[in-house]
Design a protein around this ligand. Structure first.
Ligand SMILES: Cc1cc2nc3c(=O)[nH]c(=O)nc-3n(C[C@H](O)[C@H](O)[C@H](O)COP(=O)(O)O)c2cc1C
Length: 322
């Protein structure tokens, strides 16, 4: 139990990253039931749609869970914030925008604020503004990324040094070794997205999960760089291959935005239509070889984290120097 766990009321320092329009009640509740923090990803969903998922999640678990609001993405940010307060959620996770103007509202209403950021400067601002936890997300991560392209390995220790609130590391973590490594770098926990796609409870199409399992360390591509957007996706998808070709031929920002909007995300991720939809994925895809339940996954991560830290014990002895 560290400070991050205490703030969020959880026992396991793992956050399931919000997955806009997709991470449903079954996945969120399964994660929270294991003592980690499940998160509903609002994406572009209406407040009515999100409220339904909140209520269903509450039926499945009494443990804390969070709502992710991607500020630049949701047309309903304000209404979603009110929903989080109305339902007494333990925490909100705010990404893709400046959280500072909204933090006082959550403070007044006892909701903890997790800010997702990819730069020290933004993290310091969020922490000074009252954010309770900072998630530092590196360039390895799935989905929309910062064009700054800073990696998790470089970002986390710099963030941990710069802010006086707990940091969780996101991007490139899928097992207990990753969790142990991030703790060593100064984080108090991790946020995972890609690893949770390949779980029994995740509401993704079987084709998406299969292709994730087939991926290796070179299995992801960044789309959108030509128009100043960075989205990391699986390469082994027909729509992505087509998009990369279209980018080479010259695609405007508007065209790119339309072709990667939530409709195409859902077509790929949920409906398994690889002719018209893409699959978000992080670089850690190559480490994922099976589809466990969330309970099995979290259990194995905890075990492996302890074993990993145990393996480092000889280095504590003065006579064994690396
Ligand atoms: C399918 C999918 C959708 C995502 N959507 C969102 C989102 O709506 N908001 C957000 O802040 N992060 C989103 N992310 C990022 C995750 O919350 C998480 O930070 C990231 O996946 C961590 O890196 P990893 O994929 O290497 O584990 C998404 C990730 C995936 C895999």
């Amino acid at each position: 139990m560290n400070e991050l766990c205490r703030i969020l009321g959880i026992q396991v320092p793992i956050l399931q990253g919000g997955m806009g329009n997709i991470s449903n009640a079954a996945l969120t509740a399964a994660v929270s039931e294991e003592g980690a923090l499940g998160t509903i990803g609002a994406g572009t969903m209406t407040p009515e749609e999100v409220e339904k998922i909140i209520l269903e999640t509450k039926e499945r678990t009494e443990n804390p869970f969070a709502l992710n609001i991607a500020l630049a993405v949701s047309p309903f940010s304000k209404e979603l914030m009110q929903l989080a307060v109305k339902h007494g959620l333990k925490a909100v996770s705010l990404s893709a925008g400046n959280p500072a103007p909204f933090i006082p509202y959550f403070k007044e209403n006892g909701v903890k604020v997790i800010t997702v950021t990819a730069a020290v400067k933004h993290a310091v601002k969020a922490a000074e503004g009252g954010s309770d936890i900072i998630v530092g997300e590196g360039y390895e991560a799935a989905g929309l990324n910062s064009p700054l392209e800073t990696t998790t390995l470089a970002l986390i220790p710099q963030l941990a040094d710069a802010v006086n609130v707990p940091v969780a590391a996101a991007g490139g973590i899928a097992d207990g070794r990753g969790l142990a490594a991030m703790l060593a770098l100064g984080a108090q926990g991790v946020q995972m997205g890609t690893r949770f796609i390949a779980t029994k409870e995740a509401p993704f199409s079987e084709l998406y999960k299969e292709r994730l399992l087939l991926s290796d360390d070179t299995g992801t591509a960044v789309i959108g760089r030509s128009v100043g957007r960075i989205r990391r996706v699986l390469k082994n998808n027909a729509y992505t291959a087509q998009l990369l070709q279209q980018e080479k031929a010259g695609l405007s920002l508007d065209e790119f935005t339309n072709r990667t909007d939530e409709k195409h995300h859902i077509l790929g991720a949920v409906e398994g239509n690889e002719q018209e939809g893409y699959w978000n994925s992080g670089q850690i895809a190559g480490l994922i070889h099976h589809i466990p339940t969330v309970a099995e996954l979290i259990h194995s991560i905890k075990l492996e984290m302890t074993e990993t830290i145990g393996r480092l014990e000889p280095y504590m002895k003065k006579e064994v120097q690396p």
